[in-house]
Design a protein around this ligand. Structure first.
Ligand SMILES: CC(C)(COP(=O)(O)OP(=O)(O)OC[C@H]1O[C@@H](n2cnc3c(N)ncnc32)[C@H](O)[C@@H]1O)[C@@H](O)C(=O)NCCC(=O)NCCS
Ligand SMILES: Nc1ncnc2c1ncn2[C@@H]1O[C@H](COP(=O)(O)OP(=O)(O)OP(=O)(O)O)[C@@H](O)[C@H]1O
Length: 271
């Protein structure tokens, strides 16, 4: 089974692309890290308790007529996500430290859920599964991905406009802090291209949704050529072949990451 790692930066169009990939004719299973990241911090979970312990009760939905102090089902009040977002998004040292604390609580729990979902897709015999992970490179999921797909925009203004149109509750400063909390999407696109032909695909999304659909369809047709049905059946029916193919992908990705690090150091030394 091929792992397609889907990433980008905030509001560049990952969810739009993932809904194209999950719809006919592609109909691929999607493992959405953002959804899993919400599930593992629901009231009553150990992730929720760890967050409240560190960040305090100010990051919970306030008590009101419709929100009792111990939450609607007695497990605690849900997280106030915009308030928590204000504590962790941004470039100051304090925000970076708090973001790291939050990541260290949420990411291991998300990782376990992703493995479970991958297993479910594998036993159903899907030829590919999409790992929709905003922090794909940062959290190392790129190493498992046979193909990485980065959804990017060339113009930062397009990203900011779409973000503010979609999340109207965000002030300009909140929106800027969220964009700044992530690696620049053009850099992610460069890293994706550096993986080489057939292993990294950049979907540029400055144009219309129709253009986006056409770009995704064309990219999928190419990916399908590199992963024909007979190969998937072989990997499924002869598990050692599947394991060897997975190990090969992993090793190639480790090498690609090493090359990327060297390129980065090279560029820095030229400055
Ligand atoms: C801080 C939280 C509560 C804000 O929630 P909110 O509903 O307002 O935003 P949402 O979760 O939709 O995130 C919006 C976008 O911000 C980006 N983002 C989210 N978390 C992070 C992070 N830790 N670092 C950088 N960017 C992030 C992603 O592109 C995401 O799609 C939430 O983002 C969170 O719990 N983040 C930590 C978990 C995480 O890293 N999730 C990303 C996938 S594992
Ligand atoms: N080509 C496009 N033309 C116009 N609007 C678009 C286009 N692509 C995406 N959008 C819109 O931009 C907004 C952001 O897109 P989307 O939610 O897919 O981004 P995302 O990368 O998943 O964001 P996040 O990281 O915040 O989850 C949405 O409102 C979406 O409908």
């Amino acid at each position: 089974m091929l792992f397609i790692g889907l990433t980008g930066s905030i509001a560049t169009g990952k969810s739009t692309v993932s809904s194209i990939l999950s719809s006919p004719p592609h109909s691929l299973p999607i493992i959405d890290a953002d959804i899993l990241a919400r599930k593992v911090v629901e009231p009553g979970t150990s992730g929720y308790r760890a967050i409240v312990k560190y960040f305090g009760p100010d990051i919970l939905v306030p008590v009101s007529e419709s929100m009792p102090a111990d939450g609607p089902d007695g497990k605690g009040r849900p997280l106030n996500r915009p308030a928590l977002g204000r504590r962790v998004f941004g470039n100051s040292e304090e925000r970076k430290r708090d973001r790291e604390v939050l990541n260290n609580i949420v990411h291991p729990a998300v990782r376990r859920e992703v493995y479970r979902s991958i297993f479910r897709s594998y036993v159903k015999g899907h030829w590919a599964v999409v790992l929709d992970v905003p922090l794909l490179f940062e959290s190392g999921w790129d190493r498992l991905s046979g193909v990485v797909m980065v959804v990017a925009v060339r113009d930062p203004e397009v990203q900011m406009r779409r973000l503010r149109q979609r999340d109207r509750h965000l002030s300009k400063e909140d929106a800027q802090n969220r964009v700044l909390s992530q690696t620049d999407v053009r850099l992610k696109a460069k890293r994706c291209e550096a993986r080489g032909k057939g292993k990294g695909v950049v979907i540029w999304n400055d144009g219309s949704k129709e253009e986006l659909q056409a770009n995704v369809d064309a990219a999928l047709a190419e990916i399908r050529k590199g992963s024909p049905p007979w190969w998937n059946w072989l990997c499924l029916l002869v598990p050692p072949v599947g394991v060897a193919a997975g190990a090969w992908v992993y090793w190639q990705n480790i090498r690609a990451n090493k090359r990327w690090k060297e390129m980065e150091l090279d560029e820095k030394s030229k400055l």
